[in-house]
Design a protein around this ligand. Sequence first.
Ligand code: COA
Length: 182
Amino acid sequence: MERLPDHVRVAVLDADDLTDEHWIGLSGGDDDPFEVSTGVQLTWLAKDRYVALFDGDRMVARAGLVVVPVLVGVGADAVELDVVGFGGVIVAKDRRGAGLARAVMTEATRIAGTLEPAVGMLFCLASRAGLYAKLGWRDIVEPVTVEQPGGPHTITDHTMWTPLRPGASFPAGPVHVRSLPF
Ligand SMILES: CC(C)(COP(=O)(O)OP(=O)(O)OC[C@H]1O[C@@H](n2cnc3c(N)ncnc32)[C@H](O)[C@@H]1OP(=O)(O)O)[C@@H](O)C(=O)NCCC(=O)NCCS
């Protein structure tokens, strides 16, 4: 297992435990660190829990996890499965470029692996996909739809998956996430 950077400890928090102070420390005052303020405005799913890295009392990185049902394929060949959705990944603005995203994703993946689903899934901008590819995540190239208040919506962001158990794979076919995106 990869070692955490010096001085950094991991904690698992309920979404309700996240504070404005944590957010200000992570975003560094940036109003839109995820760059979602332009383009299609999506409604996002609240996460079940956050895996967070702390340096002393300061939260320096976090990744959210939420278990969601998905349908892959069409007709009689369609497969229903649960996945662990990863989202809300962010590193404190003044601590980026030092391996903390790798560290928090490694911890989040380890913790996700203790849950029931065999695979993880995430959405990201194309400009972030290289990060996750370095961590072993793979592209889902088939169309992906998610639920929105107005009905199903086809995702234009990158969608990626990772195995949470040895040998786990993502089924082939178009993907319908039976929840808001995460
Ligand atoms: C994207 C973000 C989480 C990366 O955090 P970070 O701490 O700088 O990343 P790390 O230092 O752990 O990078 C790990 C590796 O991924 C690479 N990497 C990081 N961001 C990358 C990107 N956007 N594209 C391609 N590679 C990237 C690093 O070069 C590093 O490579 P290496 O291990 O070969 O040296 C951070 O910039 C951030 O919080 N951005 C704002 C919020 C955001 O966009 N979150 C992602 C939502 S999907």
